[in-house]
Structure formats: structure tokens, C-alpha cells
Design a protein around this ligand. Structure first.
Ligand code: AMP
Length: 253
């Protein structure tokens, strides 16, 4: 039965107001609440559902990042994943880790673990890259189904409904394949306290990028990170004539 590899990234919690560091080299992460990337919760839910429907035999949660990344692996295990793999990247190095590095790591693990499916989130809400699933598929030379809204197992492989601009697209693909989860694929379950306790006993393996033969040397340098411009306050006008006059004065005629 299929083995599913799921990518789970630890990101700043979606409800936190992100602050830029005073020296503009990045955003403040110290003392800030982190959680599993929301799209990855959807990916884990889908993998666990496949297991519950007996369409998958084993679900492996993978996180690439510093020591704290293990927290999101434990959450995935509490949601129903069977075991975890933590690819440890030192915190300083992690700041410059890019989707290409993560893709190469996931591709190596997919082969090593003999996975039939890799399910990732459509994008990580911290870097908004939306690249990892596509590049993992390329690295493996496997077909990809991105922005999944529905995943159905068929005798020949998978039928996937994808969210595209203004509609849905249905495609068929064989496995092995790489998929990415969109918002409406499912509603992820909460990790219950008994399951959080049980997850502590599930196996979690630690490896390094070097063990996998992946070079994670930085390819970029962060020049500067800035807050978005503050929106200017609006102004009230008395009537339409005043509005038109104001627009003309502002060069919008
Ligand atoms: P991105 O291409 O950075 O927007 O990320 C897309 C998806 O790739 C995420 O939703 C995760 O499923 C996966 N991913 C990205 N970075 C990591 C990471 N450091 N560890 C595990 N999975 C990751």
C-alpha cells in the first residue's frame, strides 16, 4: 500500500503580527508563536484520510529546519502521521535556506523512503514562495498535481481536481506523484490531548542535509527586509463635484 511523505514547515503563526528586525535583515522570530504552516495541516489531513480509507499504508511527516521544527512533526504525528523525519538545519543557515534546497532534500527522502506520494502545502505563509512542490516533482521527474481541491484514488492512479483562476481543472495522473494542497481540499482535524500524548512515543528520526548528500550553501544574500508602506488616511468629500475636482487636481482626470 502507498507510502505518503508529507512536508510540514514551522512558520510564524498566521495570527501573529510580523515585525521587521531593526537592522532590516529579516523578521523577529525570537519569542514569537510558531505553528505548522496552515496548508501543511491540510496536506497532513489528506494523507491521514488516505490511510484511514486504507489507500495508504504509512504517512511520514518531514520537516526541514532548526531543532524547534520537531514541534510541528509532533503535531503531524498527533494528527495521525506514523513517523517523522527531522532534517536539521542550524538556525543561522536556515534563514537563507531556499525552496530549491528543501525540494532536493524532499526528493532524496522520497526515494530513500520509497514513497508513492509526496503531499505538500501549496505555499508556506512565511516566504510565500509556492515553489517547493513543483521543484520536488522536477527533481524526482514525477508528475505533479498542484493546488489540489480534491484527490481521488483510481485503479490507474489519481484523479485530481485543481483550483485554477475562476474555476476547477480535473486531471488524471499515475503515481508516484507530487501533490500540493489548496485551502478547500479538506478541514484539518485538531490534535487531541490523548493523541498529543501518544505522538510523543511515535518514532522521529533526525538526519542532516549532508547525510542526504544535499548541498544547502546559500544562493542568495538578504539585502534588506522592510515593512509594507503605511496606507495613507482617506479623506471625506462633500459631494460628487468635490470628488471630481479632487481627482482632477490629483492628476486622475
Ligand atoms: P513554499 O514553496 O516555500 O511556498 O512551500 C510549499 C510547501 O513546501 C510547504 O507548504 C511545505 O509543505 C513544503 N515545505 C517548504 N519548506 C519546508 C520545510 N522547511 N520543511 C518541510 N516542508 C517544507
Amino acid at each position: 500500500m502507498a507510502r505518503v511523505l508529507v512536508g510540514v514547515k514551522r512558520v510564524i503563526d498566521y495570527a501573529v503580527k510580523v515585525r521587521v528586525k531593526p537592522d532590516k535583515t529579516g523578521v523577529v522570530t525570537q519569542g514569537v508563536k510558531h505553528s505548522m504552516n496552515p496548508f501543511d495541516e491540510i496536506a497532513v489531513e489528506e494523507a491521514v484520510k488516505l490511510k484511514e480509507k486504507k489507500l495508504a499504508g504509512e504517512v511520514i511527516a518531514v520537516s526541514v529546519g532548526p531543532a524547534q521544527s520537531q514541534e510541528v512533526i509532533r503535531t503531524a504525528l498527533a494528527m495521525g502521521a506514523d513517523r517523522g523525519v527531522h532534517v536539521e538545519i542550524p538556525a543561522a543557515e536556515y534563514e537563507l535556506l531556499q525552496p530549491i534546497h528543501v525540494s532536493k532534500i524532499l526528493a532524496k527522502l522520497a526515494l530513500e523512503e520509497k514513497a508513492d506520494l509526496v503531499i505538500l502545502g501549496k505555499q508556506a505563509i512565511d516566504d510565500d514562495a509556492n515553489q517547493t512542490a513543483q521543484m520536488t516533482a522536477a527533481a524526482l521527474d514525477w508528475p505533479q498535481g498542484t493546488f489540489c481541491n480534491k484527490i481521488e484514488k483510481t485503479d490507474a492512479g489519481l484523479t485530481i481536481t485543481r483550483e485554477i483562476d475562476g474555476g476547477l481543472e480535473t486531471i488524471k495522473t499515475k503515481t508516484p506523484a507530487v501533490l500540493s494542497a489548496d485551502l478547500r481540499l479538506n478541514t484539518p482535524r485538531y490534535a487531541t490531548l490523548p493523541n498529543i500524548m501518544k505522538a510523543k512515543k511515535k518514532p522521529l528520526k533526525k538526519v542532516t542535509a549532508k547525510d542526504l548528500g544535499v548541498d544547502t550553501s546559500p544562493r542568495i544574500e538578504i539585502v534588506s527586509v522592510e515593512d509594507p508602506p503605511v496606507r495613507q488616511a482617506g479623506a471625506a468629500v462633500a459631494d460628487v463635484d468635490a470628488l471630481v475636482a479632487k481627482l482632477k487636481a490629483g492628476g486622475h482626470a
